[in-house]
Design a protein around this ligand. Sequence first.
Ligand code: HPA
Ligand code: ZN
Length: 330
Amino acid sequence: MSDFAHDLPKAELHLHIEGTLEPELMFELAQRNGVAVPYTSVEEVRAAYVFTDLQSFLDIYYAACDVLRTEADFHDLARAYLERAAAQGVRHAEIFFDPQTHTARGVPFADVVGGIHRALASSDISSRLILCFLRHLSPEDAMATLEEALPHLDLIDGIGLDSSEVGNPPGRFADVFRRARELGLFAVAHAGEEGPPSYITEALDQLAVRRIDHGVRCIEDDGLVERLARDRVPLTVCPLSNVRLAVFPSMADHTIGELLDRGLCVTVNSDDPAYFGGYVGDNYRAIADELGLDRDQLVTLARNSFEAAVLEPAERAQHLEALEAFLRAG
Ligand code: HPA
Ligand code: ZN
């Protein structure tokens, strides 16, 4: 069951490209760019990846981004992700990037988006690119970032909201989300990872998002669970991330099975795979092994991933047909 889960054709909808920076590539880019890193070996880096909450992760994650300087760096980062993802059944990926983390260091917006796009364009995996605003920064900073993105909107499909959740409710970003939606971008937002269920409601009501990233804390509000089920609002759940960031004490405590049983459009994703111990197939494997999800549930998760993706009807049908062909062959 575990290999079946790992290999299932699937879409990945919650993936921060900066979170795919493996320690080996970090050292390679540090050397290429003459940037100092505070580690002496790959083992030392991995040993530092022990987190107590979201912020303890974000501090290390933003620091590591310092090695990313050039268009080629962003290309190589995205290329490495796509190769790993393809080996774990990913047929379609909707990828987040955090431009503010890079433009604040003087890296041109065009190099960030151009490098990522060049890798996406040469891959067999279909893809969408999602610009995430950092919610620990101001709404004005987010609006300025959207303005900076305007010359590159042909390469950008959606917007998201990430970084430190508690104390930074979605409603702060209502204006910039409205402007982005007017520009034709689709909207998603992280909500209900560490923050309360009310942040999920706020993201739906004030940001008009089509998916909720994480969203696992919806389970504390029965009315909200019913709303999410009725409206088929997808949740992009990230099991290994949730355990590493102590959203759940262990995988055995994860509520993804219950969310599925309650009729939600749940999907499985890797979030920041270089930091959390695995790519998306590894996440499917972990819930199959440690939560005992059965074949039907795993197939539902894969089907949901294509349902929740931002695809044209013909593209969606093709991906779903490839999934059915895989199931017939197995
Ligand atoms: N939550 C919030 N911000 C993030 C995450 C996350 O899981 N990963 C990268 N930035
Ligand atoms: Zn995330």
